[in-house]
Design a protein around this ligand. Structure first.
Ligand SMILES: [Zn+2]
Length: 300
């Protein structure tokens, strides 16, 4: 599947001069949004960009399943014949990717122009930010296969965690516990759990020293109460599974530098973006799975 997708992205790049990793980033963003939402059909083809039939054919086009490039153009639809078979088909992956690329192309192919083109298409800063970050990740690794994971602390470290999703917590008002606490000693390495980009790094009175990493599936991973950050870690940096980002600590619950108000642990949270909002979900099943996978992997 990844090979087929890469082939498609390369075709679009060759025809439009838009680097493949931007096309890949948009396609992946849309795939994740469609999987997270009930009001959109799940992606069925190799590509996942969703275009409404009436946008494809043109709003005033009486035939919303029109696939004639000439009449689509007449009605100012976005439909496009990308594979040169004389038809602009919404069911054809090449046609859909090329149609999207054509809209970006009208703004230009530089990094900044693509950012403007994406803003014009989505009208949402967060969508543009997530897509540009995905593009950076794809460009960095030069491939689409970025699905492997690591457990956030080394398996050999002395650690424990249980499912505490939704538990009440005492400090900072009536908030529920949005995450899993992994108890371990001070300074035990904290590692990125997936391929992603550092979206946030700094102090927060609840979370202490914390890092937020956005992965390739629109998920945001939140690491809190750290003892500190690994050297050179900065926002905008691309990370891979297992890469050390900091250490376990007990920072937080006060002004910057506050530490020791509770036993050292890593607070690990996960949040999903669906294209217009973001919500937290229970990371516990994922942590169990990554731990198991890594254990199996290490025995090979
Ligand atoms: Zn916690």
């Amino acid at each position: 599947m990844h090979e087929k997708r890469m082939e498609l992205y390369r075709q679009v790049e060759a025809a439009t001069q838009i680097p493949w990793y931007y096309i890949a980033a948009v396609d992946q963003y849309e795939r994740n949004v469609r999987e997270a939402r009930r009001d959109l059909p799940d992606p069925s083809g190799t590509a996942a960009i969703y275009i409404k039939p009436e946008e494809w054919s043109g709003l005033l086009n009486p035939n919303h399943s029109d696939n004639n490039p000439a009449s689509i153009q007449f009605f100012q639809g976005t439909g496009f014949d990308g594979n040169g078979d004389g038809k602009a088909q919404l069911e054809n992956d090449e046609d859909v990717l090329h149609a999207f690329a054509q809209q970006l192309l009208s703004f230009g192919t530089s990094h900044d122009n693509i950012r403007i083109g994406l803003w014009n298409y989505y009208h949402r800063d967060k969508a543009v930010g997530i897509i540009m970050d995905k593009a950076k990740i794809y460009k960095h690794f030069g491939r689409l296969d970025l699905d492997s994971h690591a457990f956030p602390v080394p398996l050999r470290s002395n650690h424990s965690y249980k499912n505490t999703w939704g538990d009440a917590r005492g400090w900072g008002g009536r908030r529920i516990h949005e995450g899993t606490d992994i108890f371990a000693g001070y300074g035990v390495p904290v590692r990125a759990t997936g391929y992603g980009i550092v979206e946030m790094k700094g102090w927060n009175k609840y979370g202490g020293w914390r890092v937020g990493i956005r992965d390739i599936n629109n998920n945001y991973h939140y690491y809190a109460h750290l003892s500190g950050f690994s050297e050179d870690l900065k926002t905008g940096q691309v990370v891979k599974p297992g890469q050390v980002i900091g250490g376990v600590g007990s920072s937080g619950y006060g002004p910057p530098g506050t530490s020791g108000k509770f036993p050292p642990h890593l607070h690990y949270g996960m949040y999903k973006d669906n294209g217009y909002s973001e919500w937290s979900f229970d990371p516990y099943p994922h942590l169990r799975m990554w731990e198991r996978q890594e254990r199996i992997q290490s025995k090979k």
